[in-house]
Structures are given as C-alpha cells and as structure tokens.
Design a protein around this ligand. Structure first.
Ligand code: SF4
Length: 330
C-alpha cells in the first residue's frame, strides 16, 4: 500500500460572501478583505464571490434587513418574513437573490463557502450583530448552504493562522474524499489508511468504531456501506479541531516521520511546550513540507495542494516555493 501523502494539483473553487473579499457591497457600501492575510496562498484557490442581497436587487447602499422572527429556514417555508429598516417586506427579493447565488455556486462546481457570520443573509451560526437581536441563525442564504451540505468556513477564522491551517487541511481532505471513487475493498482501505490519523484526531470514538467495521469486512464493501462511510467521514471533516488535539497530532505524526525517515526537525516542539498559535502553525507547515519532500504521509495533513509546476521542480526549489506558501503573518 502506498504510504505517501496525497497531492492534488487541481485548484479548488471556493465561494465567498463578496463583502469578505473586499467588495464594497454591504448595506453601508463597505467590505473587508478577509483573505488579505493569506498572502500568495490566496492564488492556490479559485474564488467565487457572491452577494445574495445585491442579487436581490436591493442595491448599495441600502436599508439593512432583518428576519422578523424564526430563522432563515423558515423564510423558505413561508413561516417568517424579511423586512428592511423602513418596515418594507423584501422577502421575495432576498429569496430570489439567495437562489441566484446558489445557482452560481453550483454552476461553478463549488462545494466550499467562506461566509460572513452575523448577516441575516449569509450568517450560519449568527444572524445578528452585537447591537441587534432580531432573528435566529441560520440566515436566508446560510440555511441553503447548510441544507446543500457545503463545507462552510467562517470568514473570521481566516484571520488566525492556526484556524485557517485547520480549515485548509480539512478542506483538502474533504475535496479529495468527496471526489474519490471507491469500488473495492483495497480502495476503501487505502482511503482509510490515508485519512485515519486525521479522523482519530477529530473524533477518536468514531474512528475506533469505523476501524472495527472496516476490519470486519470480509468481502467487497456494499455500495451502501461506502456511501455511509463517505457521508460520515465528510461530516466529520467539516468540524474544527482544537489546539490541544492539533499539537498532540503534530507530535504523534512527527514521531512517525522520525521513525520512518530517521531525521529530526528542530522546529517541532512537544505538545507540552508553551508557544503561541502562530508558532504552532509554522511547525505544522514545516512538517507538511518535510514530509512531502521525503515522501512520507504526514497524517495530520494527509492531503496537500501543489501546483503542477511546483511538483515538477527540484526539492530545493520546492522548499522555497512551500516557504512562500506560508501566510504572510506567520
Ligand atoms: S448579503 Fe452576504 S455578501 Fe452581501 S453584504 Fe451581506 S454578508 Fe456580505
């Protein structure tokens, strides 16, 4: 069985609330570029900004809108309305705008979305700002994204090097697994062996149970079994990890690297060593690069992205390119 990590070179398309990419589309004509901290890594992805309220024809600037009660899902069942600050009912407009944006994302083959939390349209876990208390999450567009099973990344997490690192490695694993064809027991076992360390970090109970189920397979898995495995695994990959679990996993997989390659990496510290999250993110990026150079699976981030031209160059040049991948603030 191949023990190398997985390298994908197709540029993943990600949808994003347009105001989070710096587009001045908010009700007050403002926007904020939450991707600026990514530096050159931004070009590793293809971005598709959409604004449901603009697509609703509400314009910029506009009166802010709010849910009159309930949440965004109830707007779709006709049980609640959306009104602007003047009290005008704009429910049909915002429904149209949300559906138009969803169609755009589908046409672009997008399954991941960076959303603006706190918005009555794009919010997923919050639909109100600190000073307003009208409506409950998710928002009108956010409820569609949830129902469609998108890989949802809060824009605020793009500002933290460690949180973004965690979202990115799970996104790459999610994308790879979602598009993977599994037609035999060997293919299922291979996928499992690549991703199991990440699964163990995210939910050790689920990973143990699934490991037992897989070990008990006597013949080729049924289509239903593979479907269930993929659905549960993809759901797990949507959930963020914690600093404690990430540092433990880093150390465990570094030990595997040392044993396999016979090299040490000075930059990597033990889980108990006190350091800030920026340093932890740097250690992780370093380990991803070292493992890739030495062709060893680094189970903490089993799937990496490399442009074709970068995978073709010599190791020294590759190391320099990987260094440039590091987000600017790290
Ligand atoms: S509708 Fe979404 S994209 Fe448009 S301004 Fe509001 S949060 Fe941003």
């Amino acid at each position: 069985m191949d023990k190398k990590g997985i390298v994908i070179s197709s540029r993943i398309a990600i949808g994003i609330s347009a105001c989070c990419m710096g587009c001045p589309v908010r009700y007050n004509g403002k926007g904020r570029d939450t991707l600026a901290t990514m530096g050159r890594e931004k070009s590793d992805f293809k971005w598709c900004p959409v604004c449901p309220e603009c697509m609703a024809g509400l314009g910029v600037p506009r009166e802010p809108i709010h849910l009159t009660g309930g949440d965004g899902a109830l707007v779709w069942t006709g049980e609640t309305d959306v009104k602007n600050r003047r009290g005008q009912n704009v429910t049909e407009d915002v429904k149209f705008g949300a559906m138009a944006c969803l169609e755009t994302l589908k046409r672009a083959g997008i399954t991941a979305f960076v959303y603006m939390d706190g918005s009555p349209s794009c919010g997923v876990y919050r639909t109100t700002l600190k000073t307003t208390k009208r409506g409950h999450p998710p928002g009108i567009f956010g409820s569609l994204l949830l129902a469609q099973g998108f890989f949802l990344i809060p824009a605020a997490d793009m500002q933290s090097p460690l949180k973004w690192w965690d979202w990115r490695r799970r996104l790459l694993a999610f994308y790879w697994l979602k598009n993977l064809e599994i037609n035999s027991k060997a293919e299922l076992y291979d996928a499992w062996s690549k991703l199991k360390f990440l699964f163990q970090e995210l939910d050790s109970v689920w990973a143990r149970a699934m490991g037992r189920d897989l070990a008990g397979l006597s013949r080729a898995p049924s289509e239903a079994f593979v479907k269930q495995f993929k659905a549960e695994a993809l759901e797990l990959l949507r959930k963020p990890s914690t600093v404690r679990r990430i540092t433990n996993s880093l150390w465990k997989n570094y030990a595997h690297y040392r044993k396999t390659v016979g090299k040490t990496v000075d930059a990597v510290n033990s889980p108990d060593f006190q350091r800030n999250i920026t340093t932890i993110a740097k250690e992780l990026v370093t380990m991803e690069r070292k493992a890739h150079e030495d062709e060893v699976l680094f189970g903490t981030s089993p799937v990496l992205y490399r442009e074709k031209r970068r995978t073709a160059v010599k190791p020294d040049a590759l190391a320099a390119a990987a260094e440039a991948d590091t987000p600017a603030e790290q």
